[in-house]
Design a protein around this ligand. Structure first.
Ligand SMILES: NC(=O)c1ccc[n+]([C@@H]2O[C@H](COP(=O)([O-])OP(=O)(O)OC[C@H]3O[C@@H](n4cnc5c(N)ncnc54)[C@H](OP(=O)(O)O)[C@@H]3O)[C@@H](O)[C@H]2O)c1
Length: 287
């Protein structure tokens, strides 16, 4: 990376994943210069207008080095946007999710964006830029067994709300893009980690949840996933808007979650229990 770019430049984290790659390609096609944060450089992002940048959001040195590289390359021009897209999904019944997995969930999904924002804010100030934080429908309503991901995205959203007011004096808008289920590898990776955790857990405790987890799996087997372009379109809208909105919602299930968040909590709980086949399952007596 030696030459400065005069086009509007964006830092995007998690660019190697399903949604990140679609965003990177779509923004580059629209004429933005995309600094694509990846943990491992990939030929999938070899395209005009994309510069890959090694960036692990859980590693402060890596984030700092990435910010220095972008500053050098931008040569005083700053950034038009930072998109915090990198994320992981941790799932499972609370008592069966190892505490290290809870830490990983928050390290990537919450502390990651904080690190990135801390390091890239000077570039955003210079460039008159904006921040886009990628969230999930689970931030809004408490889906059973999705406590870790839901809690992390709720934290990200709460943080984004504070940040928007904090950064108002510099006119740096902060948008949340709340996504429903999109067809990416995140679910397979999450299921593999959850299975590994269950294999390590106390079998007597696992047995307590067998029927609920089987019902949940059966009820969600028919889950529809939107194509990643739906997410990329919403994120691109937040990037291109003249006056970015605080919240963008993408996907029919995310819109349903907005509605569910507005009904009384007890009613919502029973909707979940019925829809997920959890009602009527008697608890297994503790051994
Ligand atoms: N897919 C959905 O249904 C859905 C729904 C709601 C919200 N979201 C959110 O959308 C975002 C993108 O998810 P996705 O579905 O595209 O998942 P994905 O395909 O699994 O991609 C996740 C991306 O995050 C990166 N990442 C993970 N840990 C990282 C770290 N420590 N440092 C830097 N990058 C890291 C991954 O890099 P590696 O390839 O190196 O692991 C990958 O590029 C996430 O924030 C997710 O929570 C997704």
């Amino acid at each position: 990376m030696t030459t400065a770019t005069s086009t509007r430049a964006i830092l995007l984290t998690g660019a190697s994943g399903g949604i990140g790659r679609s965003c990177a390609l779509s923004l580059a096609a629209k004429g933005f210069h995309v600094y694509a944060g990846v943990r491992t450089v990939t030929p999938d992002l070899d395209a005009t207008g994309i510069t890959q940048l090694t960036l692990d959001v859980t590693d402060s040195d890596s984030v700092e080095a990435a910010a220095e590289q972008v500053a050098k390359h931008q040569d005083g021009q700053g950034l038009y946007a930072v998109i915090n897209n990198a994320g992981v999904l941790v799932q499972g019944p609370t008592e069966l999710v190892p505490i290290d997995e809870w830490h990983r969930q928050f390290e990537v999904n919450v502390h990651g964006p904080v690190r990135v924002i801390q390091q890239f804010l000077p570039l955003l100030r210079t460039g008159g830029g904006r921040i886009v934080n990628v969230s999930a429908a689970s931030a809004r309503v408490g889906f059973p067994f999705l406590g870790p991901i839901g809690a992390s995205k709720a934290a990200l959203e709460s943080y984004s709300e504070s940040l928007r007011v904090e950064l108002a004096p510099w006119r740096i808008p902060v948008s949340i893009v709340q996504l429903g289920a999109m067809r990416t590898e995140i679910f397979a990776k999450s299921a593999a980690a959850a299975e590994a955790a269950l294999a390590q857990a106390d079998p007597r405790r696992v047995a307590l949840y067998n029927r609920q987890l089987a019902a949940f799996d059966q009820a969600t087997a028919g889950q529809r996933y939107a194509p990643v372009e739906v997410a990329a379109t919403a994120i691109t809208r937040a990037v291109e808007a003249r006056r970015p909105r605080p919240l963008y919602v993408a996907g029919s299930d995310a819109r349903l979650a907005v509605w569910l968040s507005r009904i009384p909590a007890r009613l919502r709980d029973s909707v979940f229990q019925h829809a997920l086949g959890l009602s009527g399952i008697e608890p297994v007596p503790a051994a």
